[in-house]
Write a protein that binds this ligand. Structure first.
Ligand code: ZN
Length: 336
């Protein structure tokens, strides 16, 4: 028996480069026509493969486009962030400038207001009525007159702390006048004997004023003034002691002369005050006068002269003032 020949005996699968599966039939013993058909099929397969590769390329292109877009977006984001950062930095810089301008304005305002205070304190003529050596039996009368004129005085008191005078110390404070120290003993030879003696006397007077009034004074008037020729020790030593304790001392630039051994008449005291002001060298000095009076029992004419002195000063445009931080430090020059 003849073995029957098959014209389609075998088939196999071919994997193309482009990943498609081509089923190829091997043909045997058939004509050219079939071969052409097979060739055509192959061509078709190649074409399909080519077109498949085209899709891939297209996809690749799109992916590339997406990638480019993403890079562009990223770049845009980076640029936008940089722009925002710059804008924020510029805004912050502007704010900083604004704040620093505001601070500058505030500083200028403060400077101006402090200059205004200085101007107002220097342009007003001020007279300080100072009373040394009290309290005395005249203190209440002096305080009554000051109250009547609604002006404030300055009392450089000594240590006269018997019960009879305690009320006067308190009244000086309570009625808004200034209390300063003028030593405890008022005995020159004791106070100025040495730095230690001066310090002990200073402590004493400051303590008892505090004890009686609850107020520790921080201004001082040297008995005899800072230029006195009585002290055997340099006055600079005592000034140094005061400086170290933050105590300011005041001399005077107008003297009523009421410390004269003889009792001056009321009019003499008034005249001394106004001729004393007139005798001051410059308008600046005349703008701030510190007048020396005494609050002593025997100095009755001082009390009598006081109303006319106050009225005369006010008529000349003076404000009768208490000593404060703005008061010119009226101190004698060339103290030795
Ligand atoms: Zn005195």
């Amino acid at each position: 028996m003849r073995k029957k020949k098959s014209n389609q005996k075998k088939s196999f699968i071919k994997y193309s480069d482009c990943g498609t599966i081509d089923l190829v039939y091997r043909v045997k013993g058939r004509g050219f026509k079939l071969t052409v058909m097979i060739l055509a099929a192959l061509v078709m397969t190649l074409l399909l493969c080519y077109s498949g590769a085209g899709v891939d390329t297209e996809l690749d292109g799109k992916a590339k486009d997406i990638l480019i877009s993403r890079v562009q977006v990223d770049a845009y984001d980076t640029a936008a962030a940089e722009l925002k950062r710059k804008e924020a930095a510029e805004k912050a810089a502007k704010e900083e400038v604004k704040v620093s301008e505001e601070v500058k304005e505030l500083k200028e305002e403060r400077k101006k207001s402090s200059e205004d205070i200085k101007e107002s304190t220097t342009s007003i003529k001020k007279a300080y009525l100072t009373f040394d050596d009290g309290p005395s039996s005249n203190t209440d009368r002096i305080l009554d007159i000051l109250d009547e004129y609604n002006v404030k005085g300055n009392f450089f008191v000594i240590g006269r702390f018997s019960d009879a005078y305690k009320d006067q110390y308190r009244r000086i404070i309570d009625e808004g006048h200034v209390i300063g120290m003028h030593s405890y003993s008022h005995i020159y030879t004791e106070i100025y004997a040495s730095a230690d003696a001066f310090t002990a006397d200073l402590n004493h007077v400051q303590y008892v004023i505090y004890d009686v009034t609850g107020y520790a004074p921080n201004i001082y008037r040297f008995p005899g003034g800072s230029s006195n020729l009585v002290s055997p020790v340099s006055m600079l030593e005592f000034i140094d002691i005061l400086d170290k304790r933050g105590i300011v001392y005041y001399d005077w630039n107008v003297n009523s002369g009421d410390a004269d051994t003889s009792l001056l008449g009321k009019q003499q005291i008034i005249d001394n005050v106004f001729t004393g002001i007139k005798a001051l060298d410059s308008p600046e000095e005349r703008n701030e006068v510190m007048i020396l009076f005494h609050d002593l029992a025997q100095k009755t004419t001082t009390v009598e002269a006081l109303p006319a002195v106050i009225e005369g000063l006010q008529a000349q445009g003076y404000v009768i003032a208490p000593i404060d931080d703005y008061t010119k430090k009226i101190q004698y020059p060339n103290v030795e």
